[in-house]
Design a protein around this ligand. Sequence first.
Ligand code: SF4
Ligand code: SF4
Length: 386
Amino acid sequence: MAALPSVTRGRTALVVLQPTPFCNIDCRYCYLPDRSNRARMSSAVVRATFAALIDDGRLAETVEVLWHAGEPTALPISYYREAMAAIASLDAGATTLHHVFQTNATLLDDAWCDFIRDAGIGIGVSIDGPQPIHDAHRQQRNGGGTFEAVMRGIARLKARAIEFYCIAVVTDASADAPDALFDFFEALAPRHVCFVPEQIQGTNVTSSLDAADAKARFTRFLVRYLERIAATGSAQRIREIERMAGRIVKSAKGPVGSQLVEPFEIVTVDHQGRFSTFCPELATSRHPVHGDLALGNVLSGGMAQARNSAKLQALHAEIAAGVALCRDGCAYFDVCGGGAPSLKLAEHGRFDVAETQGCRLLYQAVADAVLQRLAGDVAAVSQITQ
Ligand code: SF4
Ligand code: SF4
């Protein structure tokens, strides 16, 4: 699912590694096309990825290395010991790398949790809320729910005091249930929660939230959630709210950009070594004119070569044309920065367009919720932006 844009300028701050296309479960809204493929990224690809990034000379001071899409823990722990050793053998200079797994948590046994703790790996757990809401979409390959397996994994993390954050996909099953989700995450106590509305993306060609009232529903969801936080003195933190509040504050000095529309601020590498940029979701997308969106392979060419390629120039020009339309016609541009190219491609089949159903939820509804919450409650400013 597309992330909310954050701000970096010209440097690679997020490297998404897709170690395997395989996933052991079968979420109804998953956008990935090849989830039964058990292929894996070789150590040579892992090493070549970071050799190319280091050679490119534009790594940010702190880089998140996100192992994601399909399920990273479907590969053995020994795979990651070898992969991380290969990365650590390279000299990244002043850059600090921080490894993060985005996981469905169903395979987290004691050995995995010990490894995660000892290696200092960040953990994001995908869980949508209470069991009926979660199991409505996050299902086993046989159609059964995954909630109990996820909660067993979380219990093992908690038993070792491993901090984790949660990503909850908001669907038709939860959009009108902010109180149930608030109570659930209050008890679960993750470091923070990310609420990502279901999107039309990749193989997920429809969304349970694709309706005219979806923006108002998601805004109401967030406003109510914030009211519960304020009323109970909860310490819950919501990623989308915090980021948007920060962007609203910064926008007083001018439009806040988006790393999703700038080349190489995010780099995504698939298991074969094919790399792409802009939204990570583009790694598994196709464009009707440009075909697949890979810019090269780390085994046979570096980032510098890709930066000068005609393909990147063409993609960037089309994305920039879409951003220009956003700038000219959207009241949210200063806090959004032009949205997610992957959503534009998924919904309109091209990048040089502006509004999508996805952006109404991911950006517009979040901005509306922050502003509504702040409108009648100045004290909420510090609570939201803490
Ligand atoms: S856990 Fe993630 S990769 Fe696996 S099916 Fe669900 S959404 Fe897709
Ligand atoms: S139209 Fe959508 S993507 Fe474009 S600036 Fe507005 S909210 Fe962002």
